[in-house]
Design a protein around this ligand. Sequence first.
Ligand code: NDP
Length: 321
Amino acid sequence: MKAILVSRHGGPEVLEYTDVEAPTPSKSQLLIDVTYAGINYIDTYFRSGTYPQEVPYIPGSEGCGRVVHDPLGEIAEGTLVAWNRGPGSYAEQVVVDRGRVVAVPEGVSEPVAASMLLQGMTSHYLVESVYPVTDETSLVVTAGAGGVGLMLTQMAAAKGARVFSVVSSAEKEALAAEAGATQVFRYGDDLAAQIKEANGGEGVDVVFDGVGADTFDFALEVCRPRGMVASFGSASGDVPPFSIQQLNRAGSLFLTRPKLDDYTATDDEFRMRAQAVARAVEEGTLSIRIHPPYPLPEARKAHEDLQARKTTGSVVLEVQR
Ligand code: NDP
């Protein structure tokens, strides 16, 4: 089968379109023909070696496709499913644990299904479990027009929260506002002061930050005393080591560095979040913006654009139709 293979760590140039052997499912797995694979920022950390990953490997963990073989015969051939924990998803076929797939609801497009789970469930655990957001919450979302950013903004706005979104361009500003942000800001020296002013002179209750190194100090500054910083990503690089006294000085802040795996720790928790996201997409309360899809052989260009901040919303590879 055709796939993207990474044989050494590095930049987008190490993503090689080539022939590899198709995978074989164990009894606990399903064999799936991939139609679209979701691209996530975390894929770039594995590719570069920032996160541990043995080579050679096929990148990608989420997608959408049709079941071609269930060794237990429980799931009908041709069933359209989505998943977020299927290592090797940048390929024509993938094997996924049977407890970690969700049926794609009628009327949901395949590119949307391919990108709804990882970013959707991340947004879900952030607003439901890390900091339960209500109509009294004020919050900041950085990278507000990205894949997670747009979904997180919609979920928080739907709860009636005041959402202050931070983005880097006019196009992204419009998208964040459309997603329901109360007010959208650009990066700048007095960003924390501007947001506090917009929040009635107070710091916000919680900062959801996927940018990392470049925004960590801002996140501490913009939070109210006893508020929370949820640092869930490192698009600009890892937050450098720091003294916990900074949390004291910033006002007895809570800091967490969460990850999706820990908030979908069991098949039941995965199902609860995956079904909530799939239902919201089906009902139209969660709208997923897809950046124009890249064909599988152009995975390299997709990574380049994602890391150059050129994409908006969710990024997908078209694998086969
Ligand atoms: P995005 O679509 O949000 O793309 C990244 C965005 O980060 C860019 O578009 C850009 O938006 C912003 N950014 C700011 N500084 C930089 C920089 N120096 N280089 C590149 N981008 C920068 O990606 P995802 O939605 O896939 O992921 C967002 C974040 O969430 C990532 O850090 C990812 O690792 C994290 N994540 C964490 C999970 C978890 O469970 N912990 C799960 C899923 C994602 P702008 O131009 O507006 O600044």
